[in-house]
Design a protein around this ligand. Structure first.
Ligand SMILES: Cc1cc2nc3c(=O)[nH]c(=O)nc-3n(C[C@H](O)[C@H](O)[C@H](O)COP(=O)(O)OP(=O)(O)OC[C@H]3O[C@@H](n4cnc5c(N)ncnc54)[C@H](O)[C@@H]3O)c2cc1C
Ligand SMILES: *[C@@H]1O[C@H](CO)[C@@H](O)[C@H](O)[C@H]1NC(C)=O
Ligand SMILES: *[C@@H]1O[C@H](CO)[C@@H](O)[C@H](O)[C@H]1NC(C)=O
Ligand SMILES: CC(=O)N[C@H]1CO[C@H](CO)[C@@H](O)[C@@H]1O
Length: 447
C-alpha cells in the first residue's frame, strides 16, 4: 500500500459533510475541521431539488435513513395572491421527468444523516473524522496548510473550503476579503407543530392542509410567505420574506440573525389574507427568527493551489429557489467524481491543481446561473398595485433539475461549447458579409 491521500475539509455544514462522503475511499484520510460543537444546527425545513436528492438518496444510499426521520417528497406548488385567491397549482411529481423527487427534510435530519454517512465505519472507504471546536483562521493554499485559532496547524494534499458564506478560506484563495452582501431582503422563519396548527389555527387549515406534502406560497408585490411540512407532516415551516425597508423592525440592527418581533411581523403582513396570517398568531414568542439575507457576487475563481471552495463559500445565494443546499451537494459530487482516479503515489501538486480547475470549470456556470436567478427571483412578484403574479415557479424547474452529475455535465458543456463555436463562426461570417455591404456605400460617399 502506498502513500495516504490526506484531505482537510474546513467546515462541517451540509457542503463539508457531503464532500467528505463523496471523497471517502480506501487509503484516504479525511479530517473535517468545524468551529462549533455541531450540536446547535438550526432547525427549519430544507428542500433538495431532484438532482441533489438523487445524489443523497440514491448515490449515497440515504433514502431509508431519511425516510425513517420522516422525509417527504414534495408533490407540488400552490400559489395564492394577496386576495387569497389560488393563482396556480402545479402538481410536481418529478420522478418520471427527472429521476428523483424534490424532497423536504428537517434540516437537522439531513445534517445528521450526512454526518453519520461521512463518519460511520459501516460504509465503504475510510471514515472521515470530525474535529469540533476547531476554528480555522487562515490557510496557505500552495503549501496546503491551515491554521486554527488555538494555534494548531494541519497539512494536507487537498483542502476543501466548505466554511460557508463568511468563509475565511475564500479570502486566502482570492487573496482579498470578500464580503457577504446585504441583498435588501430579510426573512422571518418559524417552525410550528402541526397539532398546534390543527387545534388553534382552523381558518388556515381550512385552506391549506399542513400535513400534505405541498409547498404553498402567498405572493404580494414585494413580500411573500413560503410554507411547507416536514417530518411526516408533524411540523410546518413558514418563511416570510420581506424587503428590509418594508419591515417594521429596527433595520439598523446589522446582526444577521435576530429574534423576530411578532407584533411587528404581523404588522408587516397585515394586508395578507386572514387565513394566511393565522399561523403568525399561533407562534410563540421566542420561536420566530429574523434573518437578514445575504449573498455574494460570482467569484473570479474557486481554487488556488491545493484548495477548492464548495457550497456557500463559493456561491452563497438567496433562498428564493431553495437551491443553496442542492448546489452544495452537487459541488460535493463533483469533487468526488474528479478525484476518483487520483493516484497520490504518482500524482503531485500539478495534478491536484488541474483537477481543482476542472471542478471549478464544471460547476461554475450552473451554480452562478442559479445564484443569479435566485437574486432575480427575489424581485417583486407582481406589477405594483396589481395582484397578478408574473413569476411562474415551474419556469426554472427544467434548468434546476436537468443535471446528471459532474462528468455528464462537463461533457454536455463541451458539446454546447462546440455547438456555440460553430454557431459563432456562422454569425461571424455573416457579420463579415454585412461589414462588406456597409463599406460599399461609405466608399461611394467618399468617392
Ligand atoms: C433562510 C434560509 C433558508 C434556506 N432554505 C434552503 C432550502 O430550502 N433549500 C436549500 O437547498 N438551501 C436553503 N438554504 C441555504 C442552505 O442552508 C445553504 O446554502 C447550505 O446549507 C450550504 O451550506 P454550507 O455547508 O456551504 O455552509 P454552512 O451551512 O454555513 O456551513 C458552514 C460550516 O462551516 C463552519 N465554519 C465556518 N467558518 C469556519 C471556520 N473558520 N473554521 C471552521 N469551521 C467554520 C460553520 O460553523 C458551519 O458549520 C437556506 C438558507 C437560508 C439563510
Ligand atoms: C415516517 O413515516 C415512515 C413510514 O412512511 C416511518 O417508517 C417513519 O418511522 C416515520 N418517521 C417519523 C419520524 O415519523
Ligand atoms: C440586534 O440583535 C441582536 C441579536 O438578537 C441583539 O442581541 C441586539 O441587542 C440587537 N441590537 C439592537 C440595537 O437592537
Ligand atoms: C434527478 C436527476 O438526476 N434528474 C436529471 C438530472 O439530469 C439528467 C440529465 O442531465 C436527467 O436525465 C435527470 O433526469
Amino acid at each position: 500500500m502506498g502513500k495516504q491521500f490526506n484531505i482537510i475539509i474546513v467546515g462541517g455544514g451540509i457542503a463539508g459533510l457531503a464532500t467528505a462522503i463523496a471523497l471517502r475511499a480506501p487509503n484516504r484520510k479525511i479530517t473535517v475541521l468545524e468551529q462549533s460543537s455541531l450540536n446547535r444546527e438550526i432547525g427549519a425545513i430544507i428542500s433538495l431539488q431532484p438532482n441533489a436528492s438523487k445524489i443523497v438518496e440514491q448515490t449515497w444510499d440515504l433514502a431509508k435513513t431519511l425516510k425513517e426521520k420522516g422525509s417527504m417528497a414534495d408533490e407540488g406548488f400552490q400559489v395564492y395572491n394577496l386576495d387569497g385567491e389560488l393563482q396556480m397549482r402545479i402538481p410536481l411529481s418529478t420522478t418520471e421527468k427527472y429521476g428523483a423527487e424534490r424532497m423536504l427534510y428537517h434540516r437537522i435530519d439531513l445534517h445528521d444523516a450526512l454526518k453519520k454517512r461521512a463518519t460511520s465505519a459501516d460504509w465503504p472507504g475510510e471514515s472521515a473524522e470530525i474535529r469540533v471546536s476547531s476554528r480555522v483562521t487562515r490557510c496557505d493554499c500552495e503549501e496546503g496548510v491551515v491554521y486554527t485559532q488555538t494555534g494548531e496547524k494541519f497539512q494536507a494534499d487537498l483542502i476543501i473550503g466548505a466554511d460557508g458564506i463568511k468563509s475565511v478560506i475564500r479570502d486566502s484563495v482570492l487573496d482579498t476579503k470578500v464580503r457577504a452582501l446585504r441583498t435588501g431582503h430579510s426573512a422571518y422563519r418559524m417552525t410550528l407543530p402541526v397539532d398546534k396548527l390543527l387545534a388553534d389555527c382552523k381558518t388556515f387549515c381550512d385552506v391549506v392542509d399542513p400535513r400534505a406534502p405541498y409547498t404553498t406560497m402567498v405572493m404580494a408585490h414585494s413580500r411573500r410567505m413560503i410554507m411547507g411540512p416536514a417530518r411526516n407532516g408533524s411540523v410546518y415551516s413558514i418563511v416570510a420574506m420581506v424587503p428590509d425597508e418594508d419591515m417594521n423592525e429596527d433595520s439598523t440592527n446589522t446582526s444577521w440573525t435576530t429574534h423576530g418581533d411578532i407584533p411587528k411581523m404581523k404588522e408587516t403582513f397585515a394586508d395578507f389574507p386572514e387565513w394566511a396570517r393565522g399561523p403568525l398568531s399561533c407562534v410563540a414568542d421566542g420561536e420566530v427568527g429574523l434573518w437578514q439575507l445575504r449573498d455574494i457576487d460570482p467569484l473570479p475563481t474557486w481554487t488556488r493551489g491545493r484548495v477548492v471552495l464548495v457550497g456557500d463559500a463559493a456561491h452563497a445565494m438567496l433562498p428564493t429557489q431553495g437551491q443553496g443546499a442542492s448546489q452544495a451537494i452537487e459541488d460535493a459530487e463533483a469533487v468526488g467524481a474528479f478525484y476518483a482516479d487520483l493516484d497520490i503515489d504518482k500524482d503531485g501538486l500539478e495534478k491536484i491543481k488541474e483537477i481543482n480547475q476542472k471542478i471549478f470549470a464544471c460547476r461554475y456556470k450552473r451554480a452562478t446561473t442559479i445564484q443569479q436567478y435566485s437574486r432575480q427571483a427575489a424581485k417583486p412578484a407582481t406589477e405594483e398595485g396589481s395582484v397578478k403574479i408574473k413569476m411562474s415557479p415551474s419556469e426554472f424547474m427544467d434548468y434546476n433539475c436537468n443535471y446528471g452529475g459532474a462528468l455528464e455535465w462537463t461533457k454536455r458543456q463541451e458539446e454546447e461549447m462546440a455547438a456555440k463555436e460553430a454557431e459563432d463562426k456562422v454569425v461571424e461570417d455573416i457579420s463579415k458579409m454585412k461589414i462588406v455591404e456597409k463599406e460599399v456605400p461609405a466608399q461611394e460617399v467618399v468617392a
